[in-house]
Design a protein around this ligand. Structure first.
Ligand SMILES: NC(=O)c1ccc[n+]([C@@H]2O[C@H](COP(=O)([O-])OP(=O)(O)OC[C@H]3O[C@@H](n4cnc5c(N)ncnc54)[C@H](O)[C@@H]3O)[C@@H](O)[C@H]2O)c1
Ligand SMILES: [Zn+2]
Length: 342
């Protein structure tokens, strides 16, 4: 087991990579503990939960709303939970984001922790202190920055994760390597097959390296003013893919990373062989690297976002594998790259 520290203005957080869900009780003191989880996770793992009241939410982005949050507040009041409450989110990114938000607002804030049970939640959603819910169809529209007391990443729980959710996590992992660490990228190239087969040692190493990269970026820029933007690599175009093609987040980000790397190449920032390396690695993880849906619709979606945010589209580009830069891109440049893609 390895420990990583997050030192944020909104709090201090300890992340334990390789700890087991079964050992959770030793992290909890005598305070009243309430667990928030979802139906799937409860089905697999409730037997391993520490003794505590369990609040279940449903599954899917549709439950990530203020209405569900109100339901949780109601149950906490019924339990007469006071400020000594410790709220524990056990589940994927949806459970983590929502339990963090409830913990940050109930009685103006109580202590909380996460046991992320998806790969995406272990390497991304549970790290960095962003909590929140969707509102009126806008993703993560309402929320706060706040750090959990602890995060426990148990790679053992990933064996029950559906394949599509698993590879979504690998997209964010490839992103971390691409923006921050070439030797990690090489490690992924050499160990992709073992990672996909959930080899425990490889998985633990990957989760650790990814959390380290995200934690270091967050420690430098907790509330996303500069450095943290690099974590958006693949996401600017990825969000347009997600919205218009309706494919899962990680797969959309995979396509977005290819678009961003081609833009980088057209700007003479990145060598063609590095674009190929990225494409090959994503393919090793069974992630998509071409666009099957309507490119015009995606451009329109992105242009609409652009209008919302101001005139320029800022893209995270690569100057080499392991190094990201943020640059302005015109819609025309983007259109050229899209037309060149298969
Ligand atoms: N806070 C952040 O910084 C941040 C970062 C990235 C993503 N997010 C958020 O995370 C959410 C996506 O998270 P996600 O991909 O984990 O989705 P999710 O929470 O919906 O989980 C995916 C599916 O896997 C199931 N599941 C979870 N753990 C399982 C396990 N061990 N075995 C079997 N099934 C399991 C869930 O029930 C769900 O059906 C989005 O709402 C996104 O906005 C937040
Ligand atoms: Zn993402």
């Amino acid at each position: 087991m390895k420990k990583i520290e997050i030192q944020g203005k909104t709090g201090h957080s300890q992340i334990f990579v390789g700890e087991r869900l079964k050992n959770l009780a030793s992290y909890l003191d005598q305070k009243q503990v309430v667990i928030i989880t979802d139906d799937n996770v409860a089905g697999f793992y409730e037997k391993d939960f520490p003794k505590a009241h369990v609040i279940r939410i449903g599954t899917g982005e549709g439950v990530k709303t203020l209405k569900t949050v109100e339901g949780i507040y109601q149950q906490l009041i019924d339990l007469e939970a006071d400020r000594s409450l410790f709220l524990l989110g056990i589940g994927g990114g949806i459970v983590c984001d929502m339990s963090g938000f409830v913990a940050s607002t109930y009685l103006r804030g109580v202590d909380f922790g996460y046991v992320p049970t998806t790969l995406l939640a272990q390497v991304d959603a549970s790290v960095g202190g962003k909590t929140g819910v969707n509102f009126m169809g806008y993703k993560n529209m309402v929320g706060v920055f706040n750090q959990p007391e602890f995060v426990i990443c148990d790679p053992g729980v990933l064996t029950t994760l559906p394949q599509r959710d698993l590879i979504s996590g690998f997209a964010e992992i490839v992103k971390h390597a691409a923006i921050a660490d070439e030797s990690y990228f090489t490690y992924l190239e050499e160990n992709a097959a073992k990672a996909l087969a959930l080899d425990p040692a490889v998985l633990q190493q990957i989760i650790y390296d990814s959390v380290m990269i995200k934690a270091e970026i967050v420690n430098r820029d907790e509330t996303e003013k500069g450095e943290r933007r690099k974590l958006n690599f693949g996401h600017t175009f990825g969000h347009a893919v997600e919205k218009t093609a309706g494919i899962p987040h990680g797969e959309s980000v995979s396509i977005g990373m290819i678009v961003a790397s081609l833009l980088s190449m057209n700007k003479n920032l990145l060598a063609e062989k590095d674009v190929d390396r990225l494409r090959n690695l994503l393919t090793l993880f069974n992630l998509p690297v071409g666009i099957e849906a309507d490119k015009t619709k995606m451009l329109d979606a992105l242009a609409r976002d652009k209008k919302r945010e101001g005139d320029d589209i800022y893209f995270v580009l690569l100057s080499e594998i392991g190094r990201a830069v943020v640059e302005k891109i015109t819609l025309a440049e983007l259109e050229r790259v899209l037309q060149s893609m298969p």
